[in-house]
Design a protein. Structure first.
Length: 145
C-alpha cells in the first residue's frame, strides 16, 4: 500500500483546492491508497475536504488525521468517528512546543510521497518538506509563483 502525507502553510489560499483535487486523483491512479494529514491550518482543512470527496469516488482509500496533541475540545478537523484519527505512539511524552514537529516526522517516515503547499523556506511546513527531501521522498509542491 502506497501512502502520502501533506504539509502546508496555515494561510494557504483556498484556490489551491482544485489543483489538490486533480493531484489526489492522479495519486490514487498511481496506487496511493493511504493518506496522512494534520489538523493545524488552512492547508490541512483543504486536504481533509478533498480527501472526503475523494473517498466517495474511491471507497478503497483511507485517510488518517494525525494528531500532535490529545484534543481537549471539538475541532472542525476532527470527525465524530474517531477511527479516522491517529495519535503516534510516544508523542504524548513530547513537550507541546515540539509536538507538531514530532508528528510531522512521523508522517514523513510513514509516507512514500509528500504533497505540499510551501511558498516560503521558513516555518514548520518548509522544515518538514526539507526533511522529506533529504530522505529521498518525492515532493509534489502545489505552490505556483
Amino acid at each position: 500500500m502506497k501512502s502520502c502525507c501533506f504539509f502546508g502553510h496555515r494561510d494557504t489560499p483556498s484556490c489551491v483546492g482544485a489543483a489538490l483535487d486533480d493531484l489526489l486523483s492522479n495519486l490514487v491512479a498511481q496506487g496511493v491508497t493511504c493518506f496522512y494529514v494534520g489538523c493545524e491550518g488552512a492547508f490541512d482543512a483543504l486536504v481533509l475536504c478533498a480527501l472526503k470527496k475523494l473517498q466517495k469516488r474511491f471507497p478503497h482509500i483511507v485517510y488518517r488525521i494525525v494528531l500532535a496533541y490529545i484534543p481537549v475540545k471539538t475541532s472542525p478537523f476532527l470527525p465524530e468517528d474517531a477511527s479516522c484519527t491517529l495519535f503516534p505512539e510516544g508523542i504524548e511524552n513530547v513537550p507541546p512546543k515540539y509536538a507538531v514537529l514530532r508528528r510531522n516526522d512521523w508522517m514523513v517516515a510513514h509516507a512514500d510521497v509528500v504533497v505540499c503547499y510551501v511558498s516560503r523556506q521558513w516555518g514548520g511546513a518548509a522544515q518538514s518538506v526539507s526533511k522529506a527531501c533529504r530522505q529521498g521522498k518525492p515532493i509534489l509542491n502545489l505552490f505556483r509563483p
